[in-house]
Ligand binder design. Structure first.
Ligand SMILES: O=C(CO)COP(=O)(O)O
Length: 164
């Protein structure tokens, strides 16, 4: 990942206040990076940044707003991670309430681990990530080699990939 990071921001309704406070606290840093958010989170993050903008501040990149989480936004975020388009994920999910799209939440968390991107699920981890020296330099997460998995034998499929 480059000096300018692409940061995914997502929060469930009971955690949106937490995320917005974190954005307020870190807004001078965040406006220098690319932000990709699920729908409602993105709208609130955009409003917060607009409120805080002072003369001379410049938002380097427009915020990308995906669909709302339950309407496919978590899946869009996961797809972007799989495509290498998200460097860091801040996802404040609600540990106290089930969500209608719990399977999508689980899929997003899984794909973030699979691609070994830094993930924060609470504010203190988000604080650690944004204050890490690694945040301010180029960094390439080590990706596991899945070639053995891709070459696995499948019943009914021959070694050259033909269906027998
Ligand atoms: O549901 C979410 C994450 O699972 C967040 O979606 P919104 O940002 O659209 O509220």
């Amino acid at each position: 990942m480059d000096f300018v990071k692409t940061i995914g921001l997502v929060a469930h309704d009971n955690r949106k206040q937490d995320l917005i406070e974190w954005v307020r606290w870190n807004y001078k840093t965040l406006i220098q990076h690319r932000l990709v958010c699920t729908g409602t989170t993105g709208r609130l993050v955009q409003q917060t940044i607009e409120e805080l903008m002072e003369p001379g501040d410049r938002q380097a990149h427009p915020i990308v707003q995906l669909k709302s989480g339950p309407l496919g936004g978590d899946q869009q975020m996961g797809a972007m991670i799989a495509e290498g388009k998200i460097d860091i994920l801040i996802f404040l999910w609600d540990p106290m309430e089930p969500q209608p799209h719990d399977v999508d939440v689980k899929a997003l968390l899984r794909i973030a681990v699979l691609y070994n991107i830094p993930v924060a699920n609470n504010r203190s981890t988000a604080d650690f990530i944004i204050s890490s020296p690694l945040f301010y330099q180029q960094y390439e997460p080590v990706r596991k080699d899945y070639s053995v998995y891709l070459r696995r034998s499948i019943p009914g499929v021959d070694a050259r990939g033909g269906i027998s």
